[in-house]
Every structure is written in C-alpha cells, then in structure tokens.
Design a protein around this ligand. Structure first.
Ligand SMILES: Cc1cc2nc3c(=O)[nH]c(=O)nc-3n(C[C@H](O)[C@H](O)[C@H](O)COP(=O)(O)O)c2cc1C
Length: 191
C-alpha cells in the first residue's frame, strides 16, 4: 500500500452554537477507522483571517497556508446559508491559492430541505477556479438538527457512513494519483 494520505477536514461554520462541531466529530470518528490516511482539523474560528488575500502578512493566514500545504486532500464541511455556503468559508478558501492546486476535495453538507447541496454546487465552481478536483460523491444531511442525538451520535448512521466511506475512497484515489504526479511534473508549469 502507498503512504497514507493526509486529509485536512475544514469546518465551514464559525457561528456560535454551530452544529459544525458535531459534524466534525462524526467525520473525525469515521476517518479514525481508516488505516490509509491521517487527518487534522482546520477551524476558521480559531484562525485570525482578516480578509481574503493570500499575500496579507498575517499569522492566521500563514498558519492556514501551512496546514493546507501539508494536506494531500480536503474534506469540506459546509452548512447552507441562504442557498449558498458561509462567508467564513469563502474567506478561508480565498486566503490561499497554490496550496489547493491539483488536490481533491470532498464535501459533507448539511442544512434544511436541501441538505446543503446548493452550497456544494457553488463550492464546486469555486474549487475549479483553484485547480482543485472535487470528487463526485458527497455526504448530505437533510434537516440536520434531526439527525444527531444529544450525545453527538448519528441516528440511523448506515447510509451516511457508507456515503462518507465511498467519498473518502474517491478522495484517496485522487490524492494518491495527484501526489505522485506533482512529484514528477510541477503543476505550476501548466497552471
Ligand atoms: C444565516 C443562515 C441562513 C440559512 N439558510 C439556509 C438555507 O438557505 N437553506 C437551508 O436548507 N438551511 C439554511 N439554514 C439552516 C442551516 O443550514 C442550519 O441551521 C445549519 O445547522 C447551520 O450550520 P451551523 O450550525 O454549523 O452554523 C440557514 C442558517 C443560517 C444561520
């Protein structure tokens, strides 16, 4: 087996009382079961991200760019806010550029009736601009506030667990392929 890939799990909400923490804990628990990857969390609420330009000399942006650079792949947790994704997530995405390039991105989305899918469709356009590769399958929670018990466990987890593992397997395939490709041919020559 090839070296484990490193996955950065990105929290998309900075809202006080956010459900994003519950989702992140669930995703972390599932990723922990795999032996073909390591992972870490990136939380915009704990980074000082003043704006949205990679050239800003700011400690939060430097830390973020280091974390993104170390990752071979990303899992983005996004709620839906007004038929889109949160502004905090856009700030985070726009704070870096090269660190995203050629790397696969998978989504765990949540919200009301749409399960956050409208946020995901818009994020696919954003990540295409950054030369990142969004994987086809995603995980989506409709009426997310009904899906988790008070202890943070998922009620009726089978479908979501299967969807997450399928999505992570796709992420793993792309991460392994693009990591090898980056070593033999620098992408900046065609970007
Ligand atoms: C400002 C705001 C706008 C929202 N807009 C939508 C929406 O357009 N569609 C939807 O399905 N849910 C919408 N919701 C519901 C959220 O997706 C849901 O509350 C989710 O838990 C928010 O994520 P968070 O708790 O991690 O911040 C909205 C919530 C907020 C706070």
């Amino acid at each position: 087996m090839s070296d484990p890939i490193h996955v950065a799990v990105i929290l998309g909400s900075t809202r006080e009382g956010r459900l994003c923490d519950t989702l992140a804990a669930w995703v972390a628990g599932e990723l922990d079961k795999r032996h073909d990857l390591t992972f870490s969390l990136i939380d915009p609420a704990s980074l000082d991200l003043p704006g949205c330009h990679e050239n800003q000399a700011n400690e939060g942006i430097r830390r973020l760019r280091d974390q993104l650079d170390r990752a071979d792949a990303f899992v983005v947790l996004t709620p839906e806010y007004n038929h889109s994704f949160p502004a905090a997530l856009k700030f985070l995405i726009d704070s870096s550029y090269a660190e995203w390039q050629t790397k696969p991105v998978g989504f765990v989305s949540y919200g009301g009736i749409s399960g956050g899918l409208r946020a995901v469709e818009q994020l696919r356009q954003v990540f295409a601009e950054l030369h990142a590769v969004t994987v086809r399958d995603s995980v989506s929670f409709i009426n997310v506030w009904e899906q988790f018990a008070d202890d943070g466990s998922l009620i009726g987890p089978d479908r979501a667990v299967a969807a997450l593992q399928r999505m992570v397997s796709q992420l793993h395939w792309w991460a392994t392929a693009t990591r090898a490709a980056r070593k033999t041919a620098p992408y900046r020559e065609v970007a």
